[in-house]
Ligand binder design. Structure first.
Ligand SMILES: [Zn+2]
Length: 219
């Protein structure tokens, strides 16, 4: 799943408004932010197979450290502990942990049975990706609903708060359209370096989120 993860990040801000959207986006994207680094280091492996189904181009051969349920929970706990130390905001901490774990759960619905429960453990996945129209419909609907939730829960303080937000949303949508266009990356190295651009999004979200304020007074 791609922008479905970002949907959870937007929704988190609605329910834990004192936290930064940037932190929530980092949480929901975390396994996919670490994954390209582990690919480049040779710790995890992926194979590229041209396929008419754009979601099945990548074969996730080995990614137990970023995409097993156990390790996702461990990353979530580590991120939540750091966030607790920095912010002391309990509700935000709960969303950070749940956000990281939600990454695995959403991938569980979409991936073929390639997600390990724990390193070297059984691999699971319900395979929504076998149907691109269903995947695109569900993921786009989640994204649209969550963007509206975020937009209704906050309001811009200045132009960065509005233009920065819309540019972020449009950029994610363009990335998504490119992803589903089905162009196979020329190499794993190219794929991994391209995937590193994902690191821009949490910082970008944190930036425009600081230029917005919550509509109801935060509790
Ligand atoms: Zn992932």
């Amino acid at each position: 799943m791609f922008i479905g993860h970002n949907a959870i990040g937007f929704a988190a801000k609605r329910f834990a408004p004192r936290g930064s959207l940037g932190v929530y986006m980092a949480a929901v994207m975390l396994p996919d932010l670490i994954w390209p680094i582990f690919l480049l280091l040779g710790i995890e492996q992926v194979r590229i197979h041209p396929n008419r189904n754009p979601f099945l181009i990548l074969e996730f051969v080995h990614y137990p450290w970023t995409h097993s349920l156990l390790m996702t929970a461990a990353w979530g706990a580590a991120f939540a502990a750091i966030y607790w130390t920095i912010s002391g905001y309990g509700r935000g901490v709960a969303w950070v942990f749940s956000g990281v774990v939600s990454h695995w759960i959403l991938d569980y619905f979409t991936h073929r049975a390639d997600l390990p429960l724990y390193p070297n453990g059984p691999r699971v996945g319900l395979g929504l990706w076998n149907s691109p129209p269903a995947t695109i419909a569900i993921e786009s609907a989640m994204f649209a609903v969550a963007v509206l939730m975020y937009r209704n829960a906050t309001q811009p303080r200045d132009r960065i708060g509005s233009v920065g937000m819309w540019a972020f949303i449009i950029t994610l949508a363009v990335f998504y359209i490119f992803n589903v266009s089905g162009t196979p990356p020329p190499s794993v190295r190219f794929l991994a370096i391209g995937a590193l651009t994902g690191w821009i999004f949490p910082f970008w979200a944190g930036w425009f989120d600081r230029h917005r304020e919550t509509r109801e007074p935060a509790e």
